[in-house]
Design a protein around this ligand. Structure first.
Ligand SMILES: [Zn+2]
Length: 203
């Protein structure tokens, strides 16, 4: 299995007058990558690529919107997505401030494009049934329909013709370390990876 982790909002420049990056998204992607690679020996994971935008702040251009498709970062992403064999999973990794609409002390949030016909319904069901319920009770996980997530859109439009089984979702982590301490973030992301690896086995 080949996995791509995209981090479009990782350009965090010091002393910015306004919020322009996802402060913990890159850190979360690295934790995810390491957790995925820990399954490499069992032959389940073949390759994990982290593709982050660390140069262009969101206040200049939002790399997760269609307007950014002509930028170097997006064009290189398109090249990555065209390579064969294609990625089996793409996770678009973000972080949000605790005051965000996702907030309310949430730890993780997921977005899917589950209205599209080729969206893997089984995955959403598995996620909701097997991974989320316990955490839903604590109110720490949000799940929403993805809107305006152009990276997901591009992955899915390419996968229709290239690899119909490519799965993609957007993951958000709370960037307030008081609310979501590093150890807990590591634990939950490892849980998520174990869940994903389990879904590979049941396929
Ligand atoms: Zn973001």
């Amino acid at each position: 299995m080949k996995v791509l982790l995209t981090v479009p909002h990782a350009a965090c420049l010091p002393n910015s007058p306004r919020r322009m990056c996802d402060k913990r998204a890159f850190e979360a992607a690295i934790i995810l990558r390491n957790a995925l690679l820990s399954h490499q020996k069992k032959g389940l994971i073949k390759e994990v690529t982290v593709y982050a935008n660390k140069t262009v702040p969101r206040s200049i251009i939002d790399m997760n919107r269609s307007v950014s498709r002509g930028t170097l970062w997006r064009m290189q992403l398109s090249e990555l997505l065209q390579r064969q064999p294609s990625f089996d999973w793409v996770v678009d990794v973000h972080s949000f401030p605790d005051q965000h609409a996702w907030g309310q002390k949430k730890h993780l949030a997921f977005e899917f494009l589950y209205d599209l016909p080729h969206f893997p319904h089984w995955f959403r069901r598995l996620l909701l049934d097997q991974f989320a319920p316990e955490k839903f009770r604590t109110g720490r996980i949000g799940v929403d329909l993805g809107k305006n997530n152009d990276i997901m859109d591009e992955v899915l439009s390419r996968s229709q013709t290239r690899n119909p089984s490519t799965k993609v979702f957007l993951l958000e982590v709370n960037e307030d370390e008081q609310v979501f301490p590093l150890e807990e973030m590591r634990e939950k992301l490892q849980d998520l990876v174990s869940f994903i690896v389990k879904t590979i086995k049941v396929q």
